[in-house]
Write a protein that binds this ligand. Structure first.
Ligand code: IPE
Ligand code: MG
Length: 234
């Protein structure tokens, strides 16, 4: 969800106005995904590297997050949305963390859409945590070095219960992955739009989906193999 600051600046507002407008876009996209039948939606809300921002901006972002988590509870419940997070949430201010945990607990039995907030998330940091877990299991003799495979690593990541993404949308026209889901995204389809996040409406989302629908996902195989396998469904 990139481009809040530039959206605001381009209109002569303070960056923070972009963040609060961005949270409205979040609400609209979550409701839209729920309507479309999307099962998993991950939003990169705050990266590990975002901790390097000015203290003032971080504190406003944290306040906005807390307010959003409280104000959207009804919407999450009405839409049967289950909230989860990935990232090192121990780094969040205690009150924000508490609000987050409360909202997760409240929505934990909801089934229609899993909304995953990547908060204090960095892909490399997630991998380091996973390798440490696996290392500890090796030292404890719970696993055998020879048996480590991609499932071992997938299961040690924050995303252990979440399928790899099919489509990753990046707004604001930047062509980089910025430490987002490095392990999980190897065969994701990327969609990059120059639209700034606050202007990313449900119809922009539909455009991304439409474009995704034109892709042939071969996963390293030939087009003919894929057609045979899927009965031409791709
Ligand atoms: C995305 O907008 C929101 C967060 C990273 C929290 P930015 O704040 O990155 O906006 P730009 O990139 O400066 O325009
Ligand atoms: Mg940015």
């Amino acid at each position: 969800m990139d481009g809040n600051g530039r959206w605001a600046r381009s209109k002569g507002f303070r960056r923070i106005t972009g963040h609060s407008k961005g949270s409205i876009a979040v609400r609209n996209i979550v409701t839209h995904c729920r309507k479309l039948g999307v099962k998993f939606l991950t939003l990169y809300a705050f990266s590990e590297e975002n901790w390097k921002r000015p203290r003032h901006e971080i504190s406003i972002l944290m306040r906005l997050l807390k307010r959003f988590l409280i104000s959207e509870r009804t919407l999450l419940m009405e839409n049967d949305v289950c909230l989860e997070t990935i990232g090192d949430i121990d780094k969040l201010p205690p009150d924000v963390r508490k609000t987050l945990e409360d909202t997760k607990t409240l929505t934990k039995n909801n089934q229609t859409l899993k909304l995953i907030l990547a908060l204090s998330y960095g892909g490399r940091e997630e991998l380091i945590r996973a390798f440490k877990k696996i290392g500890q299991n090796l030292l404890d003799g719970e696993i055998d070095l020879q048996n480590i495979d991609d499932t071992t690593i997938s299961n040690a990541l924050d995303t252990q219960n979440i399928p790899d993404p099919d489509l990753i949308i990046r707004t604001s026209g930047e062509f980089r992955t910025s430490n987002f889901l490095p392990w999980q995204s190897i065969y994701a389809e990327w969609y990059i739009t120059s639209v700034f996040w606050p202007d990313f409406t449900p119809s922009e989302f539909d455009r991304a989906l439409q474009n995704y629908g034109t892709r042939e996902r071969r996963f390293g195989m030939t087009g003919d193999q894929i057609k045979k396998k899927t009965g031409g469904a791709f």
